[in-house]
Design a protein around this ligand. Structure first.
Ligand SMILES: [Fe+2]
Ligand SMILES: [Fe+2]
Length: 136
């Protein structure tokens, strides 16, 4: 199966909620990619794009709640990064609605790169904090 990005060990942070959510998100991005590659993709893409928006929202809210519960000091920057990603998803929806499939593909590639970078850096830092708290 064609994938935009493979789930791999480098993306595992050791906090099971985050790892489960991230694997699911990567899976949805790959579904968006596959749908976009289909010749007649309109309906399928709409379904997976809505799933991407809704699941991203759910995931970000879950991380936000965990940050608040644990009193994470670095939450402001992390949450504004989430807002940026949410804006990009809205852009992806808008581009697609305007019928710009090629632009939508560019945006999708950007989303994928952003998400991988976010998991490896920003989320990893938070996961390290979570694990330290759990160990304490
Ligand atoms: Fe995350
Ligand atoms: Fe995050």
């Amino acid at each position: 199966m064609i994938s935009l990005v493979e789930w791999n060990d480098e993306l595992i942070l050791g906090v099971s909620m985050m790892d489960e959510h991230h694997e699911k998100l990567i899976g949805i991005l790959n579904e968006c990619y596959r749908a976009l590659m289909l010749h007649d993709h309109h309906q399928e893409l709409e379904v997976v794009m809505n799933e991407l928006r809704d699941y991203t929202h759910y995931h970000f809210e879950t991380e936000k709640k965990l940050m608040a519960d644990l009193g994470y000091q670095e939450s402001a920057g992390h949450l504004s990064a989430h807002d940026k990603f949410t804006d990009m998803i809205a852009e992806f929806h808008a581009r697609f609605a305007e019928g710009e499939s090629l632009v939508a593909m560019d945006v999708l590639q950007f989303l994928q790169k952003w998400l991988v970078g976010h998991i490896k850096n920003t989320d990893r830092a938070f996961a390290t904090f979570v694990k330290e708290r759990e160990a304490a």
